[in-house]
Structure formats: structure tokens, C-alpha cells
Design a protein around this ligand. Structure first.
Ligand SMILES: Nc1ncnc2c1ncn2[C@@H]1O[C@H](COP(=O)(O)OP(=O)(O)OP(=O)(O)O)[C@@H](O)[C@H]1O
Length: 239
């Protein structure tokens, strides 16, 4: 297994570099990223409690959740999302949602290839075969999402996010429905993507201890009260 210690890079080299990015959810709850940067080849782990706002943090990073106000900094792989808040394409960012979000009327194969096809990206055939094969999806490509188990759908969502070897991979509990062998397969693919392609990975999950990512740098979480407002604040550990 590869060493996942964060490479010694300046913040300006980070794939994702964020300061003061927040959203208000309802009247009294705010999720705020105080500071977060992920280097090429690094896996940064987000393992705060359920309901603290991990999925919201990933959505903010992706540009899929509109922030409260313009952030001090929101850069992803050269895109300044503070200026142009539009999620970049699949070569820049891959995102595995907790809901998997497969298109119900497309086969699994078409689902997995969809972002690359929309972006007119050529996917390396060897990499596509490796992703599909190692996740045990090769015999399931013609099935529709309703004909798959939850774990199979989760593996399809992982494959879809990885196919274009994105510069930034956002993973929301990507192994929550998997057995140990498939957990291992997903972990190894994440390590391949980070180690070989230099992708930066932000991983939200509850089962980090004992995983391949137990020693990775973490995002710290704290709760602050500001009058009637509760702020759930996230800040990455220093490199
Ligand atoms: N309109 C709203 N008003 C108040 N709170 C809200 C509103 N919408 C969402 N929330 C809260 O915001 C938080 C955001 O949830 P989110 O899914 O980001 O958390 P999470 O840490 O990913 O949770 P889990 O680990 O259970 O998936 C939750 O506590 C939710 O109850």
C-alpha cells in the first residue's frame, strides 16, 4: 500500500484551496468551511458526527451548494469558483453522492460513462477496464439501477466518479453499503487514483479507523454558538 502522507506542497499548489465558505440551513444552523486545502495525491478525511454537515461541506467544495456569501477563496484545479460558482466537469471533479444518483432509465454501463460522454472526454480503455473489473461490475453493465443491489449501485457511483481520473475526487461515504472485499477494492482504487494520477481526494466517512485512510490528515470539526445560531465549523489540520 502506498504512503498517503500529504506531499509537501504550498497551498498555491493545492488542487482544492478554500477559505471562509459557508451556507445557512434554515434559520439557526450554519455549515462553514473555515479553511481546507487538499494537495495532489493526498487523501483528506472528513469524519465528523452524523448531521454535522459533511455532505454539505462536500457540496460546498463542489460548487453544488450555493454559499451564503462570496468566500474569501474557493479554488479547484485552477478554477476560481468564488468568481464563477459553477461546478467544473468530470476531468476536474468526480463526486460520489450518498444517494448514488444513478439515472434510472440508463443502464449501469451508460451511467458510468455518462459524465465523460457529456464532456466529450476520451477515457483510457485500460483504466476503464480496471475500474469496472476491480469493482466487480463487468457482468452488470447492461442492468438498470433498479435491477442492482444498493452495494452494486454504490460501486457504480464510485466507478462513474473515477472514470475521467478527476483532479479532485469527492467521496461521501463511498463504502457504507459494501462488504469487506469490496471496501478493500474501493480503497485500493482510491489509492491508485491518488498515487498514480495525483488526484486529490476528500473522503467523508464514519468507518475510517481500521481503513486504508486511518493515518491520513483530517478535517477538524467544532460547534460554535453565536446567539441563536449554531455554527458547524470545519477546518483541515495543518500540513
Ligand atoms: N432547513 C434546515 N434547517 C435546519 N437544519 C437543516 C436544514 N437543512 C439541513 N439541516 C441540517 O443540516 C445538517 C446537514 O446535514 P448533512 O447531510 O450535511 O450532514 P452529514 O454530516 O453528512 O450527516 P450524515 O453523516 O448523517 O450523512 C443536518 O444536521 C440537517 O439536519
Amino acid at each position: 500500500m502506498k504512503d498517503l502522507a500529504p506531499p509537501d506542497v504550498a497551498a498555491s499548489d493545492a488542487v482544492a484551496d478554500i477559505r471562509d465558505l459557508s451556507v445557512r440551513l434554515g434559520e439557526r444552523f450554519e455549515v462553514a468551511i473555515e479553511q481546507l486545502s487538499v494537495a495532489p495525491g493526498e487523501v483528506l478525511v472528513l469524519d465528523a458526527p452524523s448531521g454535522s454537515g459533511k455532505s454539505t461541506v462536500l457540496g460546498l467544495v463542489a460548487g453544488a451548494v450555493a454559499p451564503q456569501a462570496r468566500p474569501s477563496r474557493h479554488r479547484v484545479a485552477g478554477h476560481d469558483l468564488a468568481v464563477a460558482p459553477c461546478p467544473p466537469g468530470p476531468a476536474v471533479m468526480g463526486f460520489v453522492l450518498q444517494t448514488h444518483a444513478l439515472v434510472p432509465y440508463l443502464t449501469m454501463g451508460d451511467n458510468v460513462g455518462l459524465p465523460a460522454r457529456i464532456a466529450r472526454l476520451r477515457v483510457a480503455p485500460d483504466w476503464a477496464r480496471e475500474v469496472v473489473g476491480s469493482l466487480g461490475l463487468a457482468d452488470l453493465l447492461d442492468r438498470f439501477p433498479a435491477q442492482l443491489s444498493v452495494g452494486q449501485r454504490q460501486r457504480a457511483a464510485v466507478a462513474r466518479a473515477m472514470l475521467a481520473r478527476p483532479r479532485l475526487l469527492l467521496l461521501d461515504e463511498p463504502v457504507s453499503a459494501l462488504d469487506p472485499a469490496n471496501v478493500r477494492a474501493v480503497e485500493e482504487l482510491i489509492l491508485r487514483l491518488a498515487g498514480d494520477a495525483g488526484s486529490a481526494v476528500l473522503l467523508a466517512g464514519h468507518q475510517i479507523a481500521g481503513s486504508a485512510f486511518a493515518a491520513c490528515r483530517r478535517v477538524r470539526h467544532r460547534v460554535e454558538a453565536a446567539g441563536a445560531l449554531t455554527r458547524s465549523v470545519f477546518q483541515a489540520e495543518a500540513v
